[in-house]
Design a protein around this ligand. Structure first.
Ligand SMILES: *Cc1c(COP(=O)(O)O)cnc(C)c1O
Length: 456
């Protein structure tokens, strides 16, 4: 045990390769299926919207994938990120546990998302693409991709869900500062958008519609590709810099984690943080609990079914084998917008099925309570998504207080909440609603699952 309150790695310890969990899994992942044929998707079919390098990474069985020097050069703007010990929080909880958190909030956009945005912009640029199109809800992914495109000289078009465009102007401003064009979706720039607008001109938009617009934009322009901020294997791969650095930092402290925790929206910060450790667990070198935390209002891992489903609401993407609440499920409007996804990364779901990852769900009020305690002890204001991981870390630390166990709890601090202060206002004024399991809505959505194979 060490008395350090933070561990900063030197730049030379920035990882040189991403960690690929695929070849280390007990069983190979189930392939994405073409919804028209039920056959595995051919890589060539994806070339219209993704660069070849990312399609290869999506299916790669190489145990390590080298990080290009150009990508590492951009990572060095904020990486390696600190591993911090939450000593004041430990004191406030009177716990014998030691609580550490990996601080991904220090990136320019304020979250883990640029770890993949930078890599995706690099490979697209290298393959001659001039522009990237994407969707964004609250703006965390859009601002990360805008930042990455700016650094690699790419244009960036962001379809931002109309209601967020109007209600969350500051992330839109970030995107403008980093040179992106941002449109409130639905727009009249795409077939999909025009159709929705003609049916319902007053629509507030949805992530599903915004995805349809971004994919159509990419598919209909030769020089334009599409970029996705979570769920897919290559996105989780890029995020493994988080876990790789954390392994080194814990080793410097002489610590071994007993409990690893991260929140799950599409699974990218969770996968990036835990996969290198899960590699050790699979090889029998580490014994640790791995906890995935989601909201009770969108309980994908805890209450979803393990089935092939569409990745998007509109039903345009290949089918993925994952825990799903049904692609038509619209979760209640909680503040942790980044956790409102009907499915989850297939790799994370597979590890839940294997029993290696334990999922858990919380309502939003106890999460905000945890976030405020964290802000009052450690200073940093967490993103509403991150507050779910903090709630679980606090509960585990309180359990240690009862048993007297000196466990090492490590969680991923996926982002700060500086653009989410309105959500904190609502919480402090007692205006936040807790949504329990929306059983009826989920049953309806599950009835609309595509009729495709149910297992591996
Ligand atoms: C987007 C986001 C998430 C959820 O996305 P994952 O892909 O599950 O990581 C969590 N935390 C923050 C701060 C985010 O911006």
């Amino acid at each position: 045990m060490s008395s350090e309150s933070k561990v900063l790695l030197p730049e030379k310890d920035l990882p040189e390769a991403w960690f690929n969990i695929i070849p280390r899994l007990p069983r190979p992942p189930a392939p994405p299926l073409d919804p028209r044929t039920g056959e595995p998707v051919k890589p060539e079919a994806l070339l219209r919207i993704f660069p070849r390098a990312l399609i290869e990474q999506e299916m790669s069985s190489e145990p390590w994938i080298e990080i290009p020097e150009e990508v590492r050069a951009v990572y060095r703007l904020w990486r390696p990120t600190p591993l911090r010990r939450a000593r004041n929080l430990e004191k406030a909880l009177k716990t014998p546990a030691r609580i550490y958190y990996k601080d991904e909030s220090v990136s320019p956009p304020g979250s883990h998302k640029p770890n993949t945005a930078v890599a995706q912009a690099y490979y697209n640029r290298k393959e001659g693409i001039r522009r990237l199109a994407t969707e964004t809800g609250a703006g965390q992914w859009g601002s990360s991709l805008a930042f990455a495109c700016q650094l690699f000289g790419l244009e960036c078009t962001v379809y931002m869900v109309r209601v967020s465009y109007q209600q969350k102007p500051y992330r839109r401003t970030l995107m403008h500062i980093w040179g992106a064009e941002v449109y409130p979706s639905p727009t009249d720039r795409t077939e999909a958008g025009r159709r929705i607008l003609s049916e319902n001109p007053e629509t507030t938009g949805s992530l599903g519609i915004a995805i349809s617009e971004a994919v159509e934009d990419a598919a209909t322009h030769e020089d334009t590709n599409y970029a996705l901020g979570s769920v897919l294997n290559h996105v989780l791969l890029h995020q493994t810099v988080i876990g790789l650095e954390t392994q080194r930092q814990l080793a410097l402290l002489g610590e071994k984690p007993d409990i690893l925790i991260a929140c799950v929206g599409g699974g990218s910060n969770f996968g990036g943080f835990t996969f290198p450790f899960i590699g050790e667990i699979l090889e029998g070198r580490l014994s640790a609990e791995v906890i995935a935390v989601e909201p009770t209002s969108c309980p994908t891992l805890t209450k979803g079914v393990y089935r092939y489903d569409y990745g998007d609401t509109a039903g345009l993407t290949p089918l993925l084998l994952m825990h799903t609440l049904g692609h038509t499920f619209e979760p209640p409007g909680i503040h942790a917008g980044g956790l409102r996804y009907h499915g989850d990364a297939p790799l994370v779901c597979q590890l839940v099925e294997e029993g290696i990852v334990k999922p858990r769900a919380y309502p939003q009020n106890p999460c905000f309570e945890a976030a405020v305690l964290f802000a009052r002890t450690e200073g940093v204001i967490p993103a509403p998504e991150t507050s779910h991981a903090i709630r679980a870390a606090i509960d585990e630390a309180l359990r240690c207080r009862e048993t007297g166990e000196e466990k090492v709890i490590v969680f991923n601090f996926s982002g700060h909440g500086h653009f989410d202060l309105a959500a904190y206002d609502d919480y402090l004024e007692g205006k936040l609603e807790d949504y329990e399991y929306p059983e009826e809505k989920i049953r309806e959505a599950l009835a609309k699952l595509p009729k495709f194979p149910t297992g591996i």
